[in-house]
Design a binder for this molecule. Structure first.
Ligand SMILES: [Zn+2]
Length: 361
């Protein structure tokens, strides 16, 4: 089957394909309804979970899609491919694979990177009971990230200010200020939230239900938007122990935002940081498998535009349509070549992760 058929045109199609591929494999699906939001077509939104292999397995591979909503086309395509192509059909008794489809189904359905609260789920895994929100330089640029208009003088002036900031501080510092995660501006981009979101709480419950007694757990969380077109970078996230395990399995191919070896800036409150809270006795390898799409400036502009539209823009206009087309393209290049690259790399990483798990003591 051509891998291009694994990918979908919208969230309802992706969900339907995932459910039917699970049914064909004889897998039960555990569907957790998001009671706080509806999809772009008024549909209900679910995080769907399916397990291949034994309930009692001590080693578990989690394959997750849609942590960043619109990025879900990529991971969903890989998950559906694994199911249809008979992957993980003969696992050892002590190994299972858990597929989590649409971690952030609102963003997937609405072609947004954020969830229904404008929160970046991959910055939302902080301990909000403590007071120490990480410092961010985002406040210095927020007004320029979100100008009053998107096709007039305010946008032009804001772009000039951002260009000046980059000139003065460098692209790397700018990227960190924009994307590192911020907790001050709820109408900004890469906002981590003020409390654990529905997706966060639901995923924590899923972890407890599916991996509460596990000894070794590997997470492959599919992302898009950074790095070379169609290449899947293995970004290691979480604690030093977690990163050491990933390095053990993947060597120097695994990159580390904190060490400056990744296309990602250092980030806080990631899902990778969150899993250790729930699975305190497990050895954990957490990888954000990050597939490149378009040039970083194009991606950031698309994110700014989408954020502007939801806070200051009008829907039903030609401008709104253009903005939505741009964010979708920035995170889901709807091109056969890209989908084939995704599928090939996804298979390779799934095989290598499984080998790491099987060989783990
Ligand atoms: Zn992402």
């Amino acid at each position: 089957m051509s891998p291009t058929t694994f990918f979908s045109a919208d969230y309802p199609e992706a969900r339907a394909k995932f459910l039917s591929a699970c049914a064909e494999r004889g897998l039960d699906v555990d569907s957790r309804l998001n009671p706080h939001a509806k999809g772009a077509r008024g549909e209900d939104l679910f995080m769907d979970i399916a397990r291949i292999g034994s309930k009692e397995a001590s080693k578990i591979l989690f394959l997750m899609s849609g942590t960043h909503g619109v990025e879900g086309y990529c991971g969903s395509g890989a998950q559906i491919g694994f199911l249809r192509e008979g992957y993980f059909a003969d696992l050892p008794d002590d190994v299972s694979v858990v597929l989590v489809h649409a971690m952030n189904p609102y963003g997937f359905s609405h072609d947004r990177r954020v969830n229904e609260d404008n929160v970046d789920l991959n910055r939302n895994f902080l301990d909000f009971s403590k007071d120490d929100r990480p410092h961010s330089d985002y406040s210095h640029i927020h007004a320029h990230v979100l100008p009053d208009d998107w096709d007039g003088p305010a946008r032009q002036a804001a772009n000039k200010q951002l260009a000046l900031y980059i000139q003065e501080h460098g692209m790397r510092t700018f990227q960190a200020a924009v994307s590192g995660g911020q907790y001050q501006h709820a109408d900004g981009i890469f906002f981590g939230g003020h409390q654990a979101t529905w997706s966060n709480q639901t995923f924590r419950a899923v972890l407890g239900d599916y991996a509460g007694a596990a000894e070794t757990v590997c997470f492959i969380d599919f992302h898009t938007g950074l790095g070379p077109y169609g290449y899947g970078e293995l970004i290691s996230l979480g604690s030093l122990d977690q990163k050491a395990l990933v390095h053990n399995w993947f060597g120097d191919e695994a990159t580390d935002p904190d060490a400056g070896t990744s296309s990602s800036a250092p980030v806080v409150g990631t899902v990778g940081h969150g899993v250790a809270d729930v699975l305190q006795n497990a050895a954990i390898a957490f990888i954000a498998l990050e597939f490149g799409t378009r040039d970083i400036n194009q991606v950031l502009t698309a994110l700014r535009g989408d954020n502007w539209l939801y806070h200051k823009g009008d829907f039903g206009t030609e401008l709104a349509e253009r903005i939505k087309a741009e964010i979708r393209d920035a995170f889901y290049p709807d091109e056969d070549e890209w989908k084939k690259l995704i599928w090939t790399r996804a298979c390779e990483i799934a095989d290598r992760s499984l080998k790491g798990l099987i060989d783990a003591r």
